[in-house]
Design a protein. Sequence first.
Length: 177
Amino acid sequence: MDVIVLGGGLMGTASAYFLARRGAQVTLIERNRIGSGATVASFGNIRRTGRHLSQLPLAQRSLRLWGEVEKMLGRDLEFRATGHIRLIFDEGGLADMRAYAEAARPWGLELEELGPREIRARFPGLGPEAIAASLSPHDGSGNPRLIAPAFAEAARRLGAAIVEDARVEQIQRTGSG
Ligand SMILES: Cc1cc2nc3c(=O)[nH]c(=O)nc-3n(C[C@H](O)[C@H](O)[C@H](O)COP(=O)(O)OP(=O)(O)OC[C@H]3O[C@@H](n4cnc5c(N)ncnc54)[C@H](O)[C@@H]3O)c2cc1C
């Protein structure tokens, strides 16, 4: 065994999968069931807009992976690029929104600015208070209930050992690390 991964949420199962794909021998240990922690409570948003600029390269890479996830893991994880909208309610917010759109463009994030009439036409369920909005058309959501089990299953197919119902009580350093 090369690597032990503790915790079978999105982070642990994805780490196990990508390590196994690179040829590492991985054992993942989860105290409950795979995907039963914070991952399952998530709203499943896959969002680049509004992120700190330093996070955007990682967010872009993540979005690309979500676009390929069905091919990569062999099942539909309900990723849908439905778009994300941020509503603006005052002039200060509008200035911030425009400054962010300008700053994010060099990082590959293209945001559309919508005025009140376009907001009402495209999202008729919204109330009248928003004076503007920024739309990130390629952001979306995935199903947070499916993602960790799918990564774990794919890791298992690559030879990783997935151990559930086993709480790690202690971690000790050995002579070899
Ligand atoms: C309500 C809510 C909404 C969210 N919405 C979004 C969103 O829209 N978009 C987004 O990107 N993020 C969102 N997040 C954040 C996201 O869900 C988490 O950041 C992410 O899922 C964390 O993954 P994780 O693998 O680190 O943690 P977890 O999914 O919590 O996995 C950690 C695992 O470790 C196990 N574990 C812990 N201790 C031990 C031990 N000693 N031995 C063995 N196993 C152990 C736990 O049982 C657990 O299964 C949201 C979070 C919440 C709570």
